[in-house]
Design a protein around this ligand. Structure first.
Ligand code: PMP
Length: 363
């Protein structure tokens, strides 16, 4: 029950264990093509261009960031934790002039603050973290995306801890790039960076004056590969992670079979049930109010007198693995529980039970 890598469906793991076939095999090309098609459905972005590339979520951030920034571009990073700060550092490497709007711990940056920055008219790009895995804070992306549209700024949504677990309507909401990685709600072992670019993002990239500074991430190299696989043809830039892509096809099928609405509702219901249990036990959430709480993970302060590492060890001895803190400012004072992907009522019940037992053993 950590916030990624999560527990994976047996059908997905079966694909991981199959003999690795040629990247040129027609059956693999079909899988790749189907993944690209299903990705548009899951991101709810019918006119978007998907990119499926070997790499982790940080590489997905890198791909979006490096293709859309040139030296001297102004970028606004709206941060709700550790991963927002990471985006700021990453974009500086590409020569961006970064303004970081950092939320108070457990809170979001108010819309008025974001608007006050965007209205300066200097920004080319804005980044948001849908769910920051370090804090468990959820940002409602539509209102932020509306502001980006109003001021003609490109938007990148880091959906590493949300895609396929929380609703995203990329096209309707007008977000230019939504990125994720395979190991969270998408439900595939770590190793895939998944990036969906809007037509506007692609035309911004095409209009660059300078080459993309990251060779492996450059859409120049990847666009023909994606377009050719969509058309079920052969194209090579760098070796695709064959088993991971076949596993992705299976996981995407499972996601669409469940249906996006029912899947998002299940995540919401389980998150709420879990937090009710935790609040009954007296745990206090790191997130300041319930409408800012993610559906994919929960974060709680250790109660007074509880020794963090000892507590996490006891929970693990009770059969459930949960995660410690990540945000440096409060790292030793809180813990994180992931509940995404194939998570069900029984997982939630057993997690709450393991925590309850560990808590009683502390005193
Ligand atoms: N963004 C968010 C919101 C994340 O949760 C993570 C990983 N936990 C990343 C980016 C980076 O992904 P990765 O660890 O796969 O590089």
């Amino acid at each position: 029950m950590i916030p990624g890598p999560i527990e994976f469906a047996p059908e997905v793991m079966e694909k991981m264990g199959q003999p690795t076939i040629s990247l040129l095999a027609p059956v693999f090309i079909e899988s790749f093509g189907r993944c690209l098609e299903m990705m548009r459905e899951i991101w709810q972005c019918p006119s978007g261009q998907p990119f499926i590339v070997a790499g982790s979520g940080t590489f997905a951030m890198d791909m979006a960031g490096s293709n859309l920034t040139e030296v001297g571009d102004h970028v606004l990073v709206v941060s709700t934790g550790y991963f927002g700060e990471r985006y700021a550092e990453l974009l500086k490497r590409y020569g961006a002039k970064v303004t970081l709007l950092q939320a108070a711990i457990g809170d979001v940056v108010p819309l008025e603050k974001v608007e006050a920055e965007l209205s300066k008219g200097i920004y080319k790009l804005m980044t948001l973290t849908h769910v920051d895995t370090s804090t468990g804070v959820f940002v409602a992306p539509k209102a932020m995306a509306d502001l980006a549209l109003k001021y003609n700024v490109l938007s990148i949504l880091d959906g590493v801890c949300s895609v396929a677990g929380q609703e995203i309507k990329q096209e309707e909401w007008g977000i230019d790039v939504v990125i994720t990685a395979s190991q969270k709600a998408v439900g595939v072992p770590p190793g895939l960076a998944l990036v969906m670019a809007s037509p506007k993002a692609l035309s911004a990239w095409k209009g660059r004056n300078t080459p993309v500074a990251n060779y492996y991430a450059d859409w120049e190299n990847w666009l023909p590969v994606m377009q050719t696989h969509q058309a079920r043809g052969i194209s090579y830039f760098a070796t695709p992670p064959v088993n991971l892509i076949q596993a992705l096809e299976t996981s995407f099928e499972l996601i669409l079979k469940e249906g996006l609405e029912p899947r998002f509702n299940r995540h919401e219901r389980l998150a709420e049930n879990f937090r009710e249990e935790m609040s009954r036990m007296g745990f206090q959430s790191v997130v300041r109010s319930s409408e800012l709480q993610a559906h994919t993970l929960s974060t709680f302060f250790f109660p007074e007198g509880v020794v963090g590492p000892e507590f996490l060890k006891r929970v693990a001895e009770n059969g459930v693995v949960i995660a410690g803190g990540l945000l440096p400012e409060i790292k030793t004072r809180y813990f994180r529980v992931g509940h995404m992907g194939i998570v069900n009522d029984e997982h939630i019940r057993r997690t709450a039970e393991a925590i309850k037992l560990a808590l009683s053993a502390q005193y």
